[in-house]
Design a binder for this molecule. Structure first.
Ligand SMILES: [Zn+2]
Length: 103
């Protein structure tokens, strides 16, 4: 399993740049509200797990919907990998390869 868990991950305050636990709801330095950032990160994890569950139960079409939602919310290496795996499972090799073409 790659990536950081929510408990050990670090986030930077978008207002002042202070580092703190990814679960912090308020910046310890400037007291900016970080709850939306935490909620978005949790939603990304939920979509990721829903996608994996659909793949594990042999429902790749449903998995693709979750993978696309995850990628649409925050396109990053993790979302590209999830989308690529889902597309491979569906036999859509060219689309999967296109996701890693920039690497
Ligand atoms: Zn701050």
């Amino acid at each position: 399993m790659t990536g950081q868990s929510a408990e050990t991950a670090i986030q930077r305050c978008p207002t002042c740049g202070a580092q703190q636990a990814a679960t912090a709801l308020e910046c310890r330095r400037c007291h900016s509200d970080l709850s939306l950032l935490v909620a978005v990160r949790e939603q990304l994890q939920v979509l990721h797990h829903l996608c994996l569950r659909q793949l594990a139960t042999d429902r790749p079409e449903q998995a693709l919907e979750f993978a696309r939602l995850r990628h649409g919310m925050c396109p990053d290496e993790t979302s590209r990998r999830l989308l690529a795996v889902t597309l491979l499972r569906l036999g859509r090799f060219a689309e999967a390869a296109a996701l890693t073409a920039d690497d």
